[in-house]
Design a protein around this ligand. Structure first.
Ligand code: TXA
Ligand code: MG
Length: 329
């Protein structure tokens, strides 16, 4: 690990984009905002820089990373798009969708970043700061979420600082992110497959495909399994406190993560209460999810009780992250 680095924090702007591009070109690590969560970027073609991502995050295995590009032409230089992949790209890029497609011949993305697979995960983020950095750099940037492995993904530059300061070169602060959960990942296989629910709802993708998305054949269970999308590891988005799902009451030593109108037994006496969306808006709830989990966790409650959240729209991604957070460790 490259510890003892002086981590520079710059407000977003053209100077920051230039500094980010120079740092990436020199093999450094740059955290930057996307519309989903903050990413920790490295030059996709530089295997040493990619290796530093894994050590900085403390990622247990060389799980493959998502290559971020500024436009479709750059995406087609690294991945092969069939008609369905192209239809999804045209419908939703830039946006919170990652497509797993076969690599092109001569794909410059390092084997470490694709974990030796013959496919590559690609997305075009819908964020002006990410786009400016990608254009200034001029190559693909691989970027996992900019958190210590196993922690909650960062939705603010301050979250990145608290996890990775001293381990990375630069943080570009572009304020809070809009979506708040990671991108939806679709494997463009014979039958397009939902590898990870995320910031783009299943319903919208299926509307473009005109068919339901396939489910992965097995739900991976441990860090040792070789999942189709290793981000699906069972215990992943983990606060320190235990997480109790579908709560219908709250104990005095528990914090409550509420959703919609909250009138639960014990509410007044709870250690802390935050409401993901008093109006029960799932998009708003997704945007607040990781930040609120961090805030409640910081109060060191015995557990975080979470009210039920409907399994529709972005609720599928929210419930996926909460179930992983609730897995006993
Ligand atoms: O919203 C996001 O996707 C954020 C921002 C920074 O773009 N990034 C992110 O990256 O969530 P990360 O590393 O936390 O998740 C990447 C996921 C992993 O689950 C990995 O298994 C999957 O992408 N993945 C990458 N390449 C793959 C491939 N060739 N085949 C299948 N899954 C792949
Ligand atoms: Mg992650």
């Amino acid at each position: 690990m490259k510890t003892g680095l002086e981590t520079l924090v710059l407000p977003a702007g053209s100077a920051a984009a230039e500094a980010a591009a120079r740092t990436l070109a020199a093999g450094g690590l740059v955290a930057f905002p996307t519309e989903t969560v903050y990413g920790l970027g490295a030059d996709a073609a530089n295997a040493t820089a990619v290796a530093h991502i894994y050590s900085a995050k403390g990622r247990p295995a060389f799980n493959p990373l998502i290559a971020h590009v500024p436009d479709l032409a750059a995406a087609q230089a690294i991945g092969r798009f069939d008609a369905r992949a192209l239809a999804l790209a045209q419908a939703f890029w830039p946006g919170p969708l990652t497509l797993v497609v076969p690599k092109t011949e001569g794909c410059p993305v390092s084997d470490l970043a694709t974990a030796g697979l013959d496919t590559v995960a690609i997305r075009i983020p819908a964020h002006p700061v990410a786009e400016a950095i990608l254009r200034a750099f001029g190559g693909a940037v691989v970027a996992p979420s900019a958190n210590i492995s196993g922690h909650v993904s960062p939705t603010l530059a301050a979250h990145v600082e608290s996890d990775l300061s001293g381990r990375i070169d630069l943080i570009v602060d572009g304020g809070p992110v809009a979506v708040g959960v990671e991108s939806t990942i679709v494997g463009c296989f014979e039958a397009p497959m939902l590898l990870r629910p995320g910031g783009l709802s299943r319903e919208r993708i299926e509307a473009v495909l005109g068919a339901p998305l396939a489910r992965p054949p097995v739900e991976p269970e441990s860090d040792d399994s070789q999942p189709l999308a290793p981000g699906m590891l069972a215990s992943h988005y983990a606060p320190r406190a235990n997480v109790r799902l579908r709560a219908q009451d709250v104990a005095p030593d528990e914090a409550l993560l509420a959703f919609g109108p909250a009138r639960l037994p014990g509410l007044e006496a709870a250690a802390a209460v935050m409401n993901l969306s008093p109006a029960a808006d799932l998009d708003e709830a997704a945007a607040n999810l990781f930040g609120y989990l961090r805030s409640l966790d910081a109060k060191a409650p015995k557990a975080i009780a979470v009210m039920a959240i409907p399994e529709e729209g972005l609720g599928e991604a929210i419930n996926d992250r909460l179930r992983r957070a609730a897995v006993a460790r």
